[in-house]
Design a protein around this ligand. Structure first.
Ligand code: SF4
Length: 415
């Protein structure tokens, strides 16, 4: 980590809350349902973040806490039981129900873990009910996924101590990305590979001392800790963004499973080559462009590493809401010396620094993007990086394009 300028900032934040994660998680675990226990604001946030995705049978909803509940005039637990019973009677396809806490449920100190245990015993074995918090008091944006996955860990089946080693890839990935990784790993001879979250509630991966964990996302501190408590061993690696990140990530698995270097090379060479050629199309436009990251998704550091090392972009500041030193160690080692990393946020000070630096592109949350665009900055919404498949070799060019597109659009507007 030598030569990096690490600065911690405290102040007003402009970051989404953890409820946002429901937008990609509900598509991932296909028989799960997310019931937010929150206010109309929470319902509105999810609806607008979900945008145009309208489902005939949606897999998330909000149980609204109204004034009577807030004033303690109604028993929220009775109401919650009624809402859940109605939902599960109407929707036998739901096998896993998450009660998702919010700011209002925390303010009235509604004990969702007790509610989840009570409801789980009523609806077992057909439905499991779990809970986690997505509130803006406790979580930012991607920490919602961490809290959700961490809530699954205690219920994962145990893997016997004498089981053959298996690989557990942790973090929601697009199906197409999972398939590509599964194929590459199988070609190397690693075929005991499982994913968390699984696509179906009935396919929860077993975990035990012979489980090797490869994090696919950099924001899974709690989940990793819970898996380690179950005996699993985390493999240290950068994250699978860009050719370099993907290669080192796969290499960490290959080394742990004793894959010979020649075999690793033979399996990955063609995909690496294709990905490098895909990147070349964007390098002309992106090289030497100056980028400023506001803290939002916790993907900032791996993205900064990719943009600087594979596309020769210049990093002005890399903001991250939270910096997990251990999980990001391999990433930090790859950043150019002198990179300023800001952990936490004082949004006004950061905006001042951004304006003064005048970057070519700003990566930030939706709340900051519109005002910055109005001031003439080119922005990239970090939320798009969660909705778009960006991990792995076949997605490298798409990832670069996500940064090239706003620059092309701005150039057209100016022309
Ligand atoms: Fe707002 Fe809190 Fe609800 Fe998130 S959980 S939408 S921050 S009230």
């Amino acid at each position: 980590m030598s030569g990096l300028k690490l600065v911690a900032e405290r102040g007003q934040r402009e970051v989404f809350c953890g409820l946002t994660g429901i937008i990609w998680l509900h598509r991932k675990i296909q028989d799960a349902f997310f019931l937010v226990v929150g206010s109309r604001t929470c319902a509105h946030l999810i609806q607008s973040a979900a945008g145009v995705m309208i489902f005939a049978e949606p897999r998330f909803a909000t149980a609204i806490i109204d004034e009577r509940d807030l004033a303690g005039m109604a028993d929220m637990n009775d109401e919650l039981d009624r809402v859940v019973t109605r939902l599960l009677e109407r929707r036998p396809d739901i096998k896993l129900l998450f009660l998702v806490g919010s700011c209002p449920s925390e303010v009235i100190k509604l004990d969702l873990s007790r509610a989840a245990a009570r409801l789980s015993s009523s609806f077992s074995p057909n439905v499991r009910v779990l809970n986690y918090s997505g509130s803006g008091i406790e979580t930012t944006f991607t920490q919602g996924e961490d809290a959700c996955l961490a809530s699954l860990v205690p219920g994962l089946p145990p893997e016997p101590a004498n089981a053959a080693p298996s690989l557990l890839v942790v973090g929601a990935l697009a199906e197409v990305v999972e398939d590509q990784f599964r194929r590459l790993l199988a070609d190397m001879g690693i075929d005991r590979v499982r994913f968390l979250p699984p696509q179906r509630a009935g396919d929860m991966p077993p975990v035990g001392p012979n489980t090797r964990v490869l994090l696919a996302q950099p924001f899974l501190a709690e989940t990793a800790r819970a898996l380690e408590e179950r005996g699993a061993v985390r493999l240290a690696a950068p994250f699978p963004l860009g050719v370099e990140g993907t290669t080192l990530w796969l290499k960490a698995a290959a080394n742990a499973f004793g894959v010979a270097p020649a075999r690793f090379e033979a399996v990955t060479a063609a995909a690496q080559d294709r990905a490098r050629r895909g990147l070349a199309r964007h390098r002309g436009l992106l090289a030497d462009k100056r980028v400023f990251f506001f803290p939002d998704s916790q993907l900032e550091i791996p993205l900064a590493r990719f943009l600087s090392r594979e596309l020769s972009m210049e990093l002005i500041e890399v903001g991250t809401p939270y910096l997990h030193r251990q999980h990001l160690d391999a990433e930090l080692a790859l950043l150019p010396g002198g990179t300023r990393i800001t952990e936490g946020q004082h949004v006004d000070n950061q905006l001042d620094r951004c304006r003064e630096a005048g970057p070519d592109i700003v990566v930030c949350g939706l709340g900051l993007a519109n005002p910055l665009e109005a001031e003439g900055f080119t922005t990239k919404w970090s939320i798009e990086l969660l909705f778009t498949p960006i991990q792995g070799y076949e997605q490298v060019a798409d990832l670069a394009e996500l940064f090239a597109r706003p620059l092309v659009r701005r150039a057209r507007l100016v022309a």
